[in-house]
Design a protein around this ligand. Sequence first.
Ligand code: FE
Length: 237
Amino acid sequence: MLIRQLFDQKSCTYTYLLADEESREAVLIDTVVEKLDDYHRLVQELDLKLLYTLETHTHADHITAAGDIREQLGAASLVGRQSLANCVSATFEHGDEITFGQHKLKVIYTPGHTDDSYSFFIPGPQAMLFSGDTLLIRGTGRTDFQGGDARRQYHSLQSEILVLPEDTLVYPGHDYKGWSVSTIGEERRCNPRLLLGSEDAYIAHMSELNLPNPKMMDVAVPANQQCGKRPFVDPGF
Ligand code: FE
């Protein structure tokens, strides 16, 4: 499988391009609208057929390129069933499988960062998890807005994520220090948020973070509910 990890410096977002090398079928996870030209270029240079764009959740810190990619490249835009974006091509839910060439992404519902948070798992000799903002490298996504819930996130982590094979590669939705990949085993041993010891300790810790809202939140959330198309603003003349 071909995998490319792309980074948006402004929001520290990782976008993943996954492709089947034989059929050339590809998917993009968590696109960023400012990087649209890069996606066009990669799809062309690597001779890929882009089937889908997927969102791990409705983002508050950047605007998706999914709507533009659907218009320009014909790729269907997919989001979780709980998302409020009604412009999408289709929704997925827990247990679904998204196929590209001979590869399958297993859809895992992992609410907590938001109500519509999902992770994607590719089994096999080198298993991979695209964990969105549920599990970050040495961290976890904040749980204080957009239907966030620390208790649900704790259970998503314990019941859905940490039960995966130890050597599964973990590709997060963001990293603010430039770390690009980890493993389930490494995070179990070294992630301070996974070492708090109990559900109550996790909830208490998350409630004490007091983080400022993302700068783009008021723009990004409504835009992402419109597949990245900014609402028309009447200029008033
Ligand atoms: Fe997020």
